[in-house]
Design a protein around this ligand. Structure first.
Ligand code: FAD
Length: 382
């Protein structure tokens, strides 16, 4: 077991950090305030393979390993979590399901466009009555000749406002919805597909999270991903990978909050001393550093298992559960260390605090992660 990062991982961290600090650092505050995804930066990210991080090289991807992927998401999120979210969702639950479950024709048709960033991907499971209960999907897909007619509304779609391709979960048998969930690859120019209002979010505000409407949307049958009724399995496999991405987002946000806190505590003077000289502040910093390190190891373990072809779903859920709650605790302490200034927009820590919270909610809430983990734990010990 080697705990030292290899040259490749050090280089990836350095490269992504330089890019993020140069391109996203100066605008992170403003794009959060204005709820604007910086398309000018997305444009620069396209040729650098940020949208095909783990996609096979034959389809134009960078085919990097999972730890490199996690480092990339962590470093983007350290500077701008909303862009980290865009890249994470696109790669892990937008592109990856096509790579894993697509036909050769689907891979050839869609992966090069996604990997190059010409298409931005979205993953559309959530509906008004289907949140944690993914089996509650009511969007319907009715076969008509060699097409499916899809009707329904998806909500809280990350990248929704800018997506070119959406993986839509829909049921083909309304009498038996839980057994008939299926996934359809829907391009934005398909008649009947439209984007709703962009959500006015608490955090991750620069990501255009929106609802999507499907009204008599005619999707060719060869855009069915996997088989009819195979949707739930595709969703679960995609979310296992997606959770590594969310854990890495949380890690990046926490790292940023920690670094800001160390800096501020050395600069801020009270009682004629820097606040870093007070033992309580030192204890906070020690707890933050320890939790971040522990979280990083959990993320890398899930990545390592994935890349060595072993089951990693439970470990990904553990990483996501721990990183999400860790990021909330760490960003909360960061605001505390900054005192009143931490509660003002003058300092970035209030943004980190808002961004961190949602990592405990999407791609399965912390309660859902505990269900996944406890199921595995109970099965192992019985
Ligand atoms: C910014 C943002 C981006 C998102 N992006 C996407 C996306 O790209 N694609 C997508 O499909 N969805 C997305 N979502 C939706 C997200 O995945 C859901 O919000 C999440 O799964 C929870 O569903 P819900 O909001 O309906 O909450 P609910 O399921 O209604 O849960 C409410 C509360 O009850 C708890 N709860 C529910 N069931 C149980 C249970 N059995 N046991 C214990 N507690 C339970 C939950 O943990 C939670 O605390 C996004 C959400 C946000 C906020």
């Amino acid at each position: 077991m080697d705990f030292n990062p290899c040259m490749k991982h050090k280089l990836i961290r350095k490269t992504v950090r330089m890019f993020a600090e140069a391109e996203l650092g100066p605008i992170a505050y403003e794009i959060d305030r204005d709820a604007r995804l910086p398309m000018e930066v997305i444009e620069k990210m396209r040729p650098l393979n940020y949208f095909g991080l783990q996609a096979p090289k034959i389809y134009g991807g960078a085919e990097i390993d999972s730890i490199s992927y996690a480092i990339t998401i962590e470093e983007l999120s350290r500077v701008c979590a909303a862009v980290g979210l865009c890249v994470s969702v696109h790669n892990s639950v937008g592109l990856y399901p096509i790579e894993r479950f697509g036909t050769e024709a689907q891979k050839k048709q869609f992966i090069p466009k996604l990997a190059s960033g010409e298409y931005i991907g979205a993953f559309c499971l959530t509906e008004a009555n289907a949140g944690s209960d993914a089996g509650g999907v009511e969007t319907s897909a009715v076969r008509m000749g060699n097409h499916f007619i899809i009707n329904g509304t998806k909500i809280f779609v990350t990248n929704g406002g800018i997506c070119d391709l959406a993986l839509i979960f829909a049921v083909t048998d309304l009498k038996n919805p839980r057994e008939s969930a299926s996934v359809f690859i829907v391009e934005k120019n398909t008649p009947g597909f439209s984007v709703g209002e962009i959500e006015d979010l608490c955090g991750m505000r620069a990501n255009p999270v929106s609802s999507l409407f499907l009204e008599d949307c005619r999707v060719p049958e060869n855009h069915l991903l996997g088989k009819v009724g195979g949707g739930l399995r595709i969703g679960l496999v995609a979310l296992d990978t997606g959770r590594i991405g969310v854990a890495a987002q949380a890690l990046g946000i926490a790292q940023a909050a920690f670094e800001a806190s160390v800096k501020y505590s050395k600069e801020r003077q009270q009682f004629n001393r820097p606040i870093s000289s007070f033992q309580t502040i030192q204890n906070y910093l020690a707890d933050m550093a320890t939790e971040i390190d522990a979280a990083r190891l959990l993320v890398y373990r899930a990545c390592d298992l994935k890349d060595s072809g072993q089951p990693f779903g439970t470990e990904a859920a553990m990483a996501k559960l721990y990183c999400g709650s860790m990021a909330s605790r760490v960003t909360n302490l960061a605001v505390q260390i900054h005192g009143g200034y931490g509660y003002s927009k003058e300092y970035d820590v209030e943004r980190y605090f808002r961004d961190a919270k949602v990592t405990e909610i999407y791609e399965g809430t912390s309660e859902v992660q505990r269900m996944v983990i406890s199921r595995a734990v109970l099965t192992k010990l019985t």
